[in-house]
Ligand binder design. Sequence first.
Ligand code: FE
Ligand code: FE
Ligand code: ZN
Length: 277
Amino acid sequence: MLKIGCHLSSAKGYLAMGREAVKIGANTFQFFTRNPRGGKAKPLNLEDMTAYGSFAQEQGLFPILAHAPYTLNPCAADENLRTFARETMADDLARLEHIPGCMYNFHPGSHVKQGVETGIARIAEHLNAILTPTLSTTVLLETMAGKGSEVGRNFQELRAILDRVELSDKLGVCLDTCHVFDGGYDIVQQLDQVLEEFDRVLGLYRLKAIHLNDSKNPLGSHKDRHEKLGEGYLGMEALTRIVNHPALRELPFYLETPNDLEGYAQEIARMKEAYQE
Ligand code: FE
Ligand code: FE
Ligand code: ZN
């Protein structure tokens, strides 16, 4: 069975997200842990988390994907910004311990003018500070489009981060189809070769989730503009090959396309249709 969901608003809490997911035909979902632009998280609502836990069990909503605020920059030059990223992510991880079967995705960061080597070293330092041996959540590095000075624009940069993290068994990778295509990986014409390279550099066992997005821009454009499925440069045929690929078909897929709930429901139905049971 295809494991698929979309990004949902976390404003009304976990149980509300679970119910919304089921309503639109999803069997998983992604959400921001707090305002995506950073800021304070709401007080912990254990009652909601417990109620969600039983609902998720009933409906089989595992795993789900939490997404860190995208403005955090673990490799910022300014120490205050790095401290903010570290404290925010450590707090998110502490909270997520109450949510069973959860993964936590983040953008590695932008090195700005420090150079990619310094960026990588800072991101590894950040992870070494927040990962603990008892952590039950898997932390995912997202593959980036290479916009500006984003770190993680190719598989080698993610490899270099993994190599510097002590508890790297707590880490996985989330592959964003729009981002890797923007980064120059031709998943339309050469999906097998791209996945072989992923395996060679990172190991396919590290791949834990897919962000399933079409792209508004052609291969290698480094723009990071998501498009509705089938309306961009990836197209329905390539997306169908992706969800059915033997190396990917068991993974959870998350839509981050420009859609309202109705649009997401349609895309989910379409991909379920395209999936070969
Ligand atoms: Fe993201
Ligand atoms: Fe993404
Ligand atoms: Zn993106």
